[in-house]
Design a protein. Structure first.
Length: 326
């Protein structure tokens, strides 16, 4: 059993140490101690490691939703996570434009609500592509009609499915679409003084950029946040390609039919000359005889070759590609 020193013995030990050394040791300890500022107005409920995990989750969500929109809208789509922040719900409500497109969904496990915000310009661009139109660069912001809401409902439900799949990396959550709102004041997913998690994404659709937000009240995910640690970050498979899925995709693409056109020559003529053409007439083109023939794939010149006959059929022997120098 260790011997307990008396007060007299402690005083004797301290008296043997110079006062200057004690002050120096205290000063060095204060100098090396890290000072962290604390904002009492906005207490952070989530650590940096948790925020990094949440960003990885929503990057996975952005990748899956972007792939779906590419196939659905038949145009280039890119979605990136620009920020993951925590702020008061009142501050978020003030930042919501009017009108806006707010899709309220319920988190089944906690019986709480969250929302997905899309800019009206993004919704109108999606509707335009779904109906066979183009993405206008300067679409005027206006409320979305009921018919347009019905058109985009399937897109939002698919987005919630992708969001659920992304969250499976740390928790099994289910999201169900509840209602649509145009003003932030009517969303009411949390008290104004509650801290919320705000994930901001940038959606690039046919070279036009739009904003998209996902807002979660932190109290609805307390049990999930408690499980999050640095090990979760390493276990996430964000952006990891499935080799089997890649091989299957390549097999299907390799059997796709592609139209290939051999351009033997071009010329211009008047409508009268065209009407007067008869069998046996010779049309003079701008390509000399014996020169390379252009091979067009997808309305773009990809290959060059020599025209001839192979096994009794017209053929073109490839001499160079578009990447080769002439």
């Amino acid at each position: 059993m260790p011997e307990i020193l008396s007060q007299q013995e402690i005083d004797s030990l301290l008296s043997g140490v110079p006062l200057q050394e004690i002050e120096k040791a205290v000063a060095e300890e204060r100098h090396h101690k890290e000072v962290i500022t604390f904002d009492f107005r906005l207490p952070h409920r989530l650590s940096k490691n948790q925020l990094r995990t949440l960003q990885a989750i929503h990057e996975s969500f952005a990748e899956s939703l972007g792939s779906f929109l590419v196939s659905k809208l038949q145009t280039t789509v890119s979605i990136t996570v620009t920020s993951v922040d925590q702020l008061f719900y009142s501050e978020y409500v003030l930042s919501v434009p009017n009108p806006s497109c707010l899709y309220i969904f319920r988190i089944v496990e906690s019986d709480a609500y969250a929302l997905m915000e899309l800019s009206p310009q993004l919704v109108l661009a999606i509707i335009s592509r779904l109906l066979g139109g183009q993405v206008e660069p300067d679409t005027k912001q206006r409320p979305i009609t009921r018919i347009e809401q019905r058109i985009t409902k399937g897109i939002i439900q698919r987005a919630l499915t992708d969001l659920r799949d992304a969250w499976k990396a740390i928790a099994d959550l289910n999201f169900t679409l509840e209602r649509y709102e145009t003003e932030g004041d009517f969303a009411q997913i949390a008290p104004l003084s509650e801290i919320v998690l705000l994930v901001t994404l940038e959606v690039t659709l046919s070279e036009q950029k739009f904003l998209m937000n996902v807002c979660f009240p932190t109290f609805a995910l307390d049990s999930v946040f408690a499980k999050m640690n640095t090990q979760n970050v390493g276990s996430l498979t964000v952006g990891k390609k499935d080799p089997e899925w890649t091989k299957s995709l390549l097999r299907k693409v390799s059997t796709t039919n592609v139209e290939v056109v051999g351009l033997l020559g071009t010329t211009t003529m008047t409508l009268r000359q065209l009407l007067n053409l008869r069998v046996g007439d010779v049309i003079r083109t701008n390509i000399p005889a014996g020169s390379e023939t252009q091979v067009v794939i997808g309305n773009k010149p990809r290959l060059w070759g020599k025209a001839g006959i192979s096994n009794g059929r017209l053929a073109i022997k490839i001499t160079r590609t578009s990447n080769d120098q002439q």
